[in-house]
Design a protein around this ligand. Structure first.
Ligand code: ATP
Length: 277
């Protein structure tokens, strides 16, 4: 697949069951799912669906996961690209990619478009400085702004493409161009915060479903002690522990050779804290 094409996921297979520990308004997410399942109903009832939803929060806390879960719950295709993929020196390439992305999503509506790291293309416009002799920099700025303008055009044209929801994710909301945050563009914002101890436990439990964990492992003590760990890092912890368990007891003549024990968890924590021995 070429770099310029959105990654399409026919059905992400992700559900709200896979997302844990983030206290986002579930009702708000459910409404998006209901809309994707039956856009005409919203239309008949005169309910205005949201145009765009901005997921804001630090890396690895589940923004992409939430976006995929919305599409997965509704059973609709998911068109994913990252902001930096639109930033090219070639004049007009970014805008063409935006047009292409929206066109494909509209043809296959209902659908979800997701742009991660949207700040890379949606940063505040500065205009081109005439005095500046830095032609490369000027060309890049101009190209980025053309791309952003195209995105605004697409978002404004959403009324004619009922059944498409646009989701963007960023951890630098402060950088975004105010035009993007105006009503009719990103008219909803969902904060995806790093998990607290309770959230960390829920996340560990979600990922423990995918591995074999001994009953003797006390997940809550890890949840309490691993302050500041993101969902991504907690998911990594269980993967790493499963690898360690498998490697250590691979040659043992018993079925349970890859069951994760407390010592494997501790070793995995050390590894993720300081890197491998
Ligand atoms: P980035 O800004 O780096 O793209 P993100 O916020 O989009 O980060 P994700 O890509 O959604 O983070 O998270 C990476 C992986 O970490 C997920 O696929 C999942 O396995 C795990 N993960 C992160 N947050 C959660 C969560 N809240 N619940 C369950 N798993 C999570």
């Amino acid at each position: 697949q070429s770099k310029s094409e959105a990654r399409v996921d026919g059905s992400t297979g992700v559900t709200f069951n896979d997302v844990a520990g983030i206290e986002v308004a579930v009702e708000e997410l459910q409404e998006l799912v209901r809309y994707l399942k039956d856009p005409e109903l919203f239309d008949k009832m005169g309910i205005k669906p949201p145009h765009g939803v901005l997921l804001d929060g630090p890396p690895g806390c589940g923004k992409t996961l939430v976006a995929k879960a919305i599409a997965g719950e509704a059973g609709v295709p998911f068109y994913q690209m990252a902001g930096p993929e639109f930033v090219e020196i070639l004049v007009g390439a970014g805008a063409a990619r935006i047009r292409d992305l929206f066109m494909r999503a509209k043809v296959n509506k209902p659908s979800v478009i997701f742009i991660d790291e949207i700040d890379a293309l949606g940063a505040r416009r500065q205009g081109i400085s005439r005095e500046s002799k830095d032609h490369i920099n000027n060309a890049q700025t101009q190209e980025r702004e053309t791309t952003l303008n195209q995105l605004l055009v697409e978002l404004d044209g959403f009324d004619t493409s009922k059944g498409v929801i646009f989701l963007g994710a960023t951890n630098r909301m402060d950088l975004l161009d105010p035009a993007l945050l105006r009503p009719g563009r990103f008219d909803r914002k969902i904060k995806v915060k790093p998990p607290n101890a309770k959230g960390r436990l829920e996340i560990l439990k979600v990922h423990a479903r995918k591995v074999k964990l001994s009953d003797t492992v006390d997940l809550s003590s890890y949840a309490n002690n691993l302050q500041g760990w993101s969902g991504a890092k907690l998911a990594q912890l269980l993967k790493e522990a499963a690898l360690i368990a498998g490697r250590k007891r691979y040659f043992e003549e018993e079925e349970k050779h890859n069951t994760i024990l407390t010592e494997d968890m501790d070793e995995a924590v050390d590894r993720l804290r300081i890197g491998p021995k």
